[in-house]
Design a protein around this ligand. Structure first.
Ligand code: SF4
Length: 388
């Protein structure tokens, strides 16, 4: 699993009127921890392996990097007197990390909590295929929240989320979800939209069949130069079905939340949509620190920095030119989007799609949005009311 679900966990520490100038990056309170740089399946849309650099990284987080990270984390918490920190365990597939090492890592984190008094919230994003009774026990006993990648019913999920023989993985993922539920863990869900499918099918499957009310449906990761398929019709219908049928039932879809936040002029905490800072720090398996890992779709080594927990403090990455470039791109409209003949809040709502998800390879992170998404905000001005 490699789809980032930081909006669910990352603290909302940026105030609407406090878009920082470049020098002012508050102390980090969230790190995406890559426990594995390999995966047990072979999704055709996977962004992670578009960057060959990941194959040069150790298959799992090295013990040296793990220990150095724990040391840096404790120093960071003490230096900035933090009372809450968030770690999301990620991959590749993070559950390729050996179970005994996962347990030892959690114990080290609990020790840091004891020594510093700082609460360290932990979550894992997984394809759930490796979940068994033992993993479920471990995750439960260390209070690690779980987000599972599942794209909808089998015919939608199995089109792209396949194993190395091209076979669909829906049944295996569902087995993992059931194993978690048997242990009393209610997982979150992340789907990637397939614009050729009907979003109503995904919504009814997730809400009515899986009984999950809070989840996310993400645009597929692509650069502007990939010329990806239009996603506006999909998201327009998703919005309408959600608003007409599910909103009154308390169903929440984070990407739609982020779009609405952008429309009313608020900063977004989504990595994908809306104007708002992306201050994600990614810990790679060799201890190196990078910006938001999805940005690696731009090409080989595109998220590489010169910082590593073996040599640097966590906060040092803010001064690395590559990390800084991605951070600043998330706070601005590129020239093309700035010229759009739409209101400023609508510009804000589309900005992140340009800066984080549709980069032009080799031309930096501040690039035009996917043009198709421009149709979406005006659509919402029709004045619909949800059915009750
Ligand atoms: S689960 Fe799929 S999307 Fe996630 S890392 Fe593995 S291949 Fe990539």
């Amino acid at each position: 699993m490699a789809d980032v679900d930081t909006a669910q966990e990352a603290p909302r520490r940026w105030a609407k009127d406090a878009i920082p100038v470049a020098e002012e990056v508050p102390p980090f309170t969230f790190v995406l921890v890559k426990l594995a740089s390999r995966c047990n399946i072979n999704c055709t849309y996977c962004y992670w392996f578009r960057d060959a650099e990941v194959y040069n990284k150790p298959a799992v987080l090295t013990i040296e990097a793990e220990d150095a990270f724990c040391e840096r984390l404790e120093q960071h918490i003490e230096e900035f007197e933090l009372d809450h920190f968030v770690l999301i365990f990620h991959g590749g597939e993070p559950l390729l990390f050996p179970k005994h090492r996962f347990v030892e890592f959690q114990e080290k984190l609990l020790d840091i909590e004891d020594r510093t008094g700082c609460e360290i919230s932990r979550g894992v994003c997984t394809n759930a295929i490796l979940i068994d009774q033992e993993w479920a026990d471990i995750l439960k006993s260390y209070n690690v929240t779980v987000s599972v990648s599942l794209d909808g019913p089998p015919d939608i999920h199995d089109k792209y989320r396949v194993d190395f023989k091209g076979r669909g993985t829906h049944a295996d993922t569902l087995r993992g979800i059931e194993c978690l539920r048997a242990e009393g863990i209610e997982p979150g869900l992340i789907s990637v939209c397939n614009p050729q499918t009907d979003p109503e099918q995904v919504l009814s499957y997730v809400v009515e069949k899986l009984r999950i009310k809070e989840f996310d449906i993400l645009p597929p990761d692509a650069t502007h130069s990939d010329n990806p398929p239009q996603i506006s019709d999909y998201f327009i219908k998703l919005f309408d079905v959600w608003y007409d049928k599910y909103a009154a039932q308390g169903v929440r879809i984070r990407t739609l939340d982020a779009m609405i936040q952008g429309l009313v002029g608020n900063l977004s905490v989504s990595d994908t949509v809306g104007l708002g800072p992306i201050d994600t720090v990614t810990l790679m398996t060799d201890g190196s620190l990078e910006p938001l890992d999805v940005l690696r779709i731009v090409g080989d080594g595109s998220t590489k920095t010169d910082t590593n927990v073996l040599r640097n403090a966590l906060q040092d990455v803010q001064d690395d030119p590559r990390w800084r470039e991605s951070f600043e791109a998330s706070m601005q409209l590129c020239e093309t989007c700035g010229r759009l003949s739409v209101g400023s809040t609508i510009q804000a709502s589309i900005a992140k799609v340009g800066s984080a998800s549709s980069l032009i390879s080799g031309k930096g992170f501040l690039q035009p949005s996917l043009s198709s998404i421009r149709r979406m905000p005006p659509h919402r001005q029709r004045g619909r009311t949800p059915e009750t």
